[in-house]
Design a protein around this ligand. Structure first.
Ligand code: ZN
Ligand code: ZN
Length: 441
């Protein structure tokens, strides 16, 4: 009996092998014995073919209703046919044999009705901003699909399209609808992911910066993060500039003497006829000034996900192409959020399938510990970075794809041994996907 794939998360469709249950019909002639009045039915869990495959999901993660079961343990003969239904768990990668025999003859010429491996399927449409985005996406597409497939989630690429505009830097909004105008409409919602591959994406931030002890004809200021990374300014990025002479006295507005040169710096004229008169005189007398800037900067990031929308950038904020492993990691990471990672805790059930408590994921973390959203600290240590904390990869080890950001991390775009089984156990049925807003975009 060949093993057949059943996509347990999708709505029931007999021909497409979709749905959380399967209807069976066995003819009396398929069974050993004559004049069979009753059959009995059962399910055998099939052990892995080889040691690299995991066994079926531990029953402790499944309620009674979620476990594999036959609707009727015994079925009567109706016109020489026996009809039954088998319910499958929502998990991926479980293998079952559906078995049938004449009542009382179990173990003796059993009929193997079917052999099923449970799987989940998600569809995706990808919008590529330009040829470079297409090249970078195609370079990692197979690895992205393979990483998710390890959790028994098949990604099916339904449509590939261009975005409506090509822009160097895209300002962040939830689902970036200006890039595709909700076209094409996504089929098979809430199981269809919209992926946008773009150049660069940023949030608008307005921040204050300081420079002290300045003298000379002019001062050119480059805003940087506390970690030393350069901020890029938005168009018309100067809100105001103020100066204070010799570190005392009132702050005076010198905005009109400042210009934005490149997208990374602002120059303030300090001496000369086109500078602020008091500042000019103070510097001529050997003084210094302190400057304070309020600037609108681009705070670029690698990508985000919300409901069934994911975006990933291929360039950093200087325009240089990102490392492909980085692009891969961001893609799998954001799709991983769509697959409900990282999980904070899961329900546990006793042998009878009655809820007994919850299992807590010790690796789970959120922004109170260096990272926004649901992330994983596998192979990482929490370190102080400026005024905040973040998880950094331990030397020589590879963190989980669900790590938050990770400046210095080696990445291979894979789920860690804690997250991968949880991808496998994630319930991706319609109600759960809708709860996670997968019907939205
Ligand atoms: Zn994340
Ligand atoms: Zn993990």
């Amino acid at each position: 009996m060949p093993r057949r794939v059943q996509y347990v998360n999708l709505p029931y469709d007999e021909d497409e092998r979709q749905g959380s249950y399967i209807n069976y019909e066995v003819e009396a002639s398929e069974l050993a014995g004559d004049d069979i009045g009753h059959t009995e039915w059962w399910i055998d869990a099939v052990p892995p073919d080889n040691p690299t495959q995991p066994p079926n999901v531990d029953q402790k993660y499944l309620s009674r209703a979620q476990r594999a079961r036959v609707r009727n343990g015994q079925v009567r003969n109706r016109r020489e046919r026996f009809r039954n239904r088998v319910y499958l768990p929502h998990v991926g990668g479980d293998v079952y044999k559906i078995m049938c025999n004449q009542r009382g003859e179990r173990g003796n010429d059993d009929l193997e009705v079917d052999e099923v491996i449970t799987y989940r399927k998600l569809f995706y449409t990808v919008h590529l901003m330009n040829d470079a985005c297409e090249t970078e996406f195609n370079a990692v597409k197979d690895q992205m699909e393979a990483a998710v497939d390890e959790g028994y989630v098949e990604l099916e690429n339904v449509t590939t399209d261009r975005t409506r505009v090509d822009e160097a830097h895209t300002r962040s909004t939830n689902a970036l609808t200006h890039l595709y105008n909700r076209r094409p409409r996504l089929s098979d919602r809430p199981f269809h992911l919209r992926v946008v591959i773009l150049n660069d994406i940023y949030e608008r931030k307005t921040r204050n910066f300081n420079a002290a002890g300045i003298s000379g004809a002019s001062h050119t200021y480059t805003p940087t993060t506390s970690g030393g990374e350069v901020f890029h300014l938005q168009n018309n990025g100067i809100v105001w500039v103020r100066a204070r002479i010799n570190g005392t006295g009132p702050w005076r507005d010198v905005t009109r003497y400042a210009t934005q040169n490149t997208d990374v710096s602002v120059t303030v004229r300090l001496t000369g006829d086109d500078s602020h008169a008091r500042t000019r005189r103070a510097i001529a007398d050997g003084g210094t000034v302190n400057l304070r800037f309020r600037l609108k900067v681009r705070d670029s990031y690698n990508g985000h996900s919300i409901g069934n929308f994911v975006c990933v950038r291929i360039r950093d904020d200087t325009g240089a192409t990102r490392n492909r492993n980085g692009v891969l990691k961001t893609l799998v990471h954001e799709v991983g959020h769509g697959c409900q990672q990282a999980v904070r805790r899961e329900r546990l059930y006793n042998a009878n399938g009655i809820a007994t408590g919850r299992e807590t994921n010790a690796l789970w973390h959120t922004d109170n510990r260096g990272g926004r959203g649901n992330h994983c600290s596998h192979n990482c240590t929490l370190v102080n970075v400026g005024s905040r904390q973040e998880y950094r990869a331990n030397a020589g080890s590879v963190p989980c794809v669900m790590i938050f950001y990770g400046v210095n991390t080696v990445v291979d775009g894979k789920f860690c041994p804690t997250c991968l089984p949880r991808v496998r156990r994630a319930n991706m049925n319609s109600a759960n996907m809708r709860r996670r807003s997968w019907h939205r975009y």
